[in-house]
Design a protein around this ligand. Structure first.
Ligand code: PGA
Length: 248
């Protein structure tokens, strides 16, 4: 696991965008795994800028999002479909048929999960963008999720519902379930780019580096992946005492 230290959110986003662009340019048919939430918003802004400056095209890029709430339609402003269209896809030259996000309104969630996972197996994700939850979740894989999990429906942890309620009118509106790529699905990505910013993530960052690998802290599995880059800002690294592994 390479840990790259940056000053702040802007620098984290810029650095992540440069890594993504560099990789896309090297691949004939790149496949990106994408995340939502506050963390990758700056990355998407920076990628849009690079597209506008003709530094990169997304014509041949295929994408798979990590997760989607169940019960929200694609045009619900709180759905991750809506988030991705408004914050990224509507502003770049990606082919809409190359975009994949779990369908939160599927009539059969079991089938939806199997289908989604099969697409990912066939396409193999080159770079998976990840954030980390304060409780160590990756995607919506909450503590206790088996490391061998594939794409599945999850019951969201109370702390996740609480954290995500900032986007909704009130906490009752936050869906309690979601479809998420499983931990094993995520771990099959060739490279994982984990972005960590802000003091709220400082404890999770410390645990990521120092906890034993355990299903109680899902992100700990990343220690076993051979190609993980963590870009963390100074606030996120504030609780890490031993910085010898950190590239500053
Ligand atoms: P955030 O969420 O980027 O909104 O902090 C990250 C996550 O919960 O995985």
């Amino acid at each position: 696991m390479d840990i790259i230290c940056v000053n702040d959110y802007e620098e984290m986003s810029e650095k992540a965008a440069s890594i993504v662009v560099e990789h896309i340019k090297q691949l004939s048919k790149p496949t990106l795994g994408l995340a939502t939430g506050s963390t990758p918003e700056g990355l998407y802004k920076s990628l849009i800028q690079k597209y506008q400056q003709n530094q990169i095209s997304f014509k041949d890029v295929t994408t798979f999002n990590l997760d989607e709430y169940t019960g929200l339609s694609k045009d619900d402003p709180n759905s991750y479909h809506y988030y991705m269209s408004h914050r990224f896809f509507d502003h770049i030259d990606i082919n809409p048929s190359h975009i994949h996000i779990p369908n939160g309104k599927a009539s059969d969630f079991g089938q939806e999960c199997i289908k989604y996972d099969e697409y990912i197996r066939k396409n193999k994700i080159d770079i998976q963008i990840l954030g980390i939850g304060e409780n160590g979740h990756i995607g919506f894989n909450e503590p206790g999720t088996p490391f061998a999990s594939r794409t599945h429906v999850v019951e969201l942890a109370e702390s996740t519902i609480q954290a995500n309620s900032r986007y909704f009118k009130n906490i009752e509106e936050v869906p309690t379930k979601a479809i998420t790529m499983g931990i094993e699905t995520i771990m099959e990505s060739n490279m994982i780019l984990l972005l960590v910013s802000g003091e709220k993530k400082a404890e999770a960052m410390e645990r990521l580096l120092n906890d034993n690998v355990s299903e109680d802290f899902p992100a700990s599995i990343l220690q076993r992946h051979g190609n993980v880059k963590v870009i963390a800002d100074k606030k996120a690294l504030a609780k890490v005492k031993d910085l010898t592994r950190v590239l500053c």
